[in-house]
Design a protein around this ligand. Structure first.
Ligand code: ZN
Length: 230
């Protein structure tokens, strides 16, 4: 199943288009996102199943310029290095506090934990920080540091399209696990309530797993971070 989303602006011009490709046995939502005008693209969280990602790129007729990572868990980064090599593009993100997850032997341990083929550690071409901007053709994604699930987790936000790619920070009806190394539940709740929800109830988000929702829906009904908590 690959879902497709097109985000027109107020004049009806398509600013960005998105195609979600669930990958790995964990059905991680790898996302191909491109500028509707130039068809320049990014791949966010290529966790595995590289042939399916290549197929989505080919079918969408887009030119990938970089790979973006939300955080260092194996189901989000597993195919990053081979895809970067095949496309001759850089890997950018996450924030450098996730370095311990991807730079060394810990990545192989993650593979063993989830029964995935072993992957060598790597260092992204660029670590990202809160407030950084990523150009995608004529469009811009803003980087928001949202620690808690992992310490260096980042979210990508397109203000005009009202769309956020939140990785494993927030899900429809749930939030990210915090029982992995350096997980921090209070930090995660703070990131969601004080950094993501203020972006607006109308913002749609693509989570790392499961269906798309909106911040407004989660504020109203999410049992972990909804307004009913306070
Ligand atoms: Zn994760």
């Amino acid at each position: 199943m690959a879902s497709f989303l097109s985000a027109p602006n107020s004049e009806g011009r398509v600013m960005i288009e998105v195609r979600v490709v669930p990958v790995t046995p964990l059905q991680q939502n790898c996302t191909l996102l491109w500028c509707g005008k130039t068809r320049k693209a990014v791949v966010i969280d290529p966790g595995g199943d590289i042939e399916r990602i290549h197929a989505a790129i080919g079918e969408s007729n887009v030119a990938v310029e970089r790979i973006l990572l939300t955080h260092g868990h194996i189901d989000h980064v597993g195919a990053a290095v081979p895809l970067a090599e095949a496309l001759a593009v850089p890997i950018e993100g996450p924030q450098r506090e996730d370095g311990f997850l991807i730079e060394g032997a810990y990545l192989a341990r993650q593979c063993a934990m989830f029964g995935l083929p072993p992957t060598a550690g790597f260092t992204p071409a660029r670590w990202l920080d809160d407030g950084d901007e990523i150009r995608v053709g004529d469009e811009t994604l803003r980087v928001i540091h949202a620690p808690g699930h992992t310490p260096g987790h980042v979210v990508y936000f397109h203000a005009g399209a009202r769309l956020a790619l939140v990785g494993d920070v927030l899900f429809a009806g749930s939030i990210g696990r915090t029982d992995f190394p350096r997980g921090d539940h209070p930090a995660l709740v703070h990131a969601i309530r004080d950094r993501l929800f203020p972006l607006g109830d109308d913002v749609k988000f693509i989570p790392g797993h499961g269906p798309i929702s909106t911040f407004g829906e989660e504020r109203a009904n999410n049992p972990y971070v909804g307004d009913g908590l306070r």
